[in-house]
Design a protein around this ligand. Structure first.
Ligand SMILES: [Zn+2]
Length: 488
């Protein structure tokens, strides 16, 4: 089999699998057996790659990732299952159902009795003992699988290849560069975050405590201004804006129907790049949905703008530090008072409040993701046990967020106990999205979203898929992003 044939098979499998996942998330009937079989086929085709090829690097790395994912699938499913069955409250229900990990966030955003939230938080922290052995075993297996490729990656067996190394290669950054960048971001956001957090009563109506997490804040903080967004339809509005600067939506399908089993938050699927892109969307809370709908639309226009003549891996496989640039760029519109005025939010008081609240959430994002990223990096780099990881996490949260949160909290997060790395990519992309926006403003003015030439420029950048020329707009300079959120 040559590389071209391999890519053709892999693309077909990828599309078939993504289509099944789409059906599942959309709340349609889907064939579970098909999903399992496609996942097995994906494993086999990845095995073929690592046995027959060593280049392109990005396919080699994504094949190792696929192999380690499918070899640990049972443990991943077990973790999902345990979260629903073991991480549950003895005392409380939510909407008549037993309160467990799955409806915990909804419970937190609706429950007005702080003491109840505290009791549940403490209960769930204790119950992480039921999931920690599975998390440990799964990461241990993944580490072993990666180390089997040390020879192929380094050409010798003296150096051990680990999942963090794979991540760093694909993001094109070294360990010390990433650690330096992330710590500096956290350090710069820290003081401002802490002083704003201490005015917690202005933000969430109470003094912040260890059980008030990022997601609780994100839901609570916007409650007073939600009503101003009721009249805005996010899908129609984002399409109108982007169409006016030349984006073509004929290859992007938005599913806006409500089905009982549909995934609650907006999500985008690249079924076939660039010709079949699908966004699922279901209306829930007005402002938060506006943000996430714009975010997913950013992913969708990126995928639909990719040049169809590129190599398979350039169209489909790029690191998240690149994939998230355009989603964040488009999401930034929903935080921009000039743009919000353009779409009919004219009340200055509301706009002002929105800017300061978004700003606080950006600071929160930075300090929280700094702790998350540094913890995950050290976990792989120093081969820490779960216990050591929790103690380190406690210290990092205290250092960057000023709160004494039990370190086991990371196991209750939706991404941290599952993904290999993932978290720092958002920080890289946030820096690059701010740089890209600055680049567009310098060339096309403050209201770049009204200029078709700006639209053309953005599509031109996007069209290169995985080989996007970052140098055109980014030096990975954190100053633009950090000044924006620390010097208001
Ligand atoms: Zn995204």
């Amino acid at each position: 089999m040559n590389l071209k044939e391999w890519c053709e098979i892999d693309e077909i499998l990828y599309s078939a699998e993504t289509n099944e996942q789409y059906l599942q998330f959309a709340g349609y009937d889907y064939d579970k057996k098909n999903i399992e079989n496609l996942s097995k086929m994906k494993f086999l085709i990845s095995e073929i790659f690592v046995r027959s090829f060593s280049k392109p690097r990005i396919l080699f790395l994504s094949s190792i990732e696929n192999i380690s994912e499918s070899k640990t699938k049972t443990l991943e499913l077990k973790l999902h299952d345990l979260r629903g069955t073991k991480i549950k409250s003895r005392y409380f229900k939510f909407n008549g159902k037993q309160l467990n990990w799955n409806n915990w966030r909804q419970f937190n955003s609706c429950e007005n009795d702080n003491n109840k939230r505290k009791i549940v938080f403490d209960e769930f922290i204790k119950k992480t003992k039921h999931i920690s052995p599975v998390i440990n075993l799964r990461f241990k297996r993944i580490r072993e699988i990666y180390s089997n490729f040390s020879d192929k990656i380094y050409g010798n067996s003296r150096n051990t290849f680990n999942p963090l190394d794979g991540y760093l290669i694909s993001e094109k950054i070294t360990f010390s560069e990433l650690r330096g960048l992330v710590s500096e971001l956290g350090q710069r956001a820290r003081a401002r975050f802490l002083s704003e957090l201490n005015c917690g009563s202005k933000l969430i109506g109470k003094d912040p405590e260890y059980y008030d997490d990022f997601y609780f804040f994100r839901n609570r903080i916007f409650t007073g201004i939600e009503k101003y967004f009721l009249k805005i339809n996010p899908v129609t509005t984002v399409k109108k804006t982007l169409r006016s600067i030349g984006f073509d939506f004929s290859k992007i399908h938005f599913d806006t129907n409500d089905r009982p089993n549909k995934y609650p938050s907006p999500i985008c699927f690249f079924v076939k790049v660039p010709s079949d892109i699908r966004v699922l969307y279901k209306n829930e809370s007005p402002y938060f949905n506006l943000q996430s709908c714009y975010h997913e639309t950013g992913h969708a226009i990126h995928a639909s703008s990719i040049n169809p003549d590129l190599n398979y891996w350039e169209k489909y496989k790029f690191p998240m530090g690149i994939a998230e640039i355009f989603s964040i760029l488009i999401e930034r519109l929903t935080k921009n008072p000039l743009y919000l005025k353009d779409i009919g939010i004219t009340n200055d008081k509301v706009l002002c409040e929105l800017v300061s609240k978004n700003n606080f959430m950006e600071l929160f994002f930075v300090v929280f993701y700094t702790a998350n990223s540094l913890m995950k990096m050290e976990f792989w780099n120093r081969n820490l046990t779960i216990y050591e990881t929790s103690r380190l996490y406690e210290k990092l949260i205290k250092k960057y967020m000023g709160l004494e949160v039990p370190g086991e909290y990371w196991m209750l997060h939706h991404i941290l106990p599952e993904s290999i790395m993932y978290v720092p990519s958002y920080m890289l992309a946030a820096i690059r999205a701010a740089e890209l926006e600055r680049y567009l403003i310098n060339r096309f003015g403050e209201r770049w979203w009204n200029d078709p030439v700006a639209g053309k420029k953005v599509r031109e950048i996007m069209s290169n898929g995985g080989t996007i020329n970052l140098n055109e707009f980014s030096r990975l300079d954190q100053n633009i992003f950090m000044k924006e959120i620390t010097s208001r």
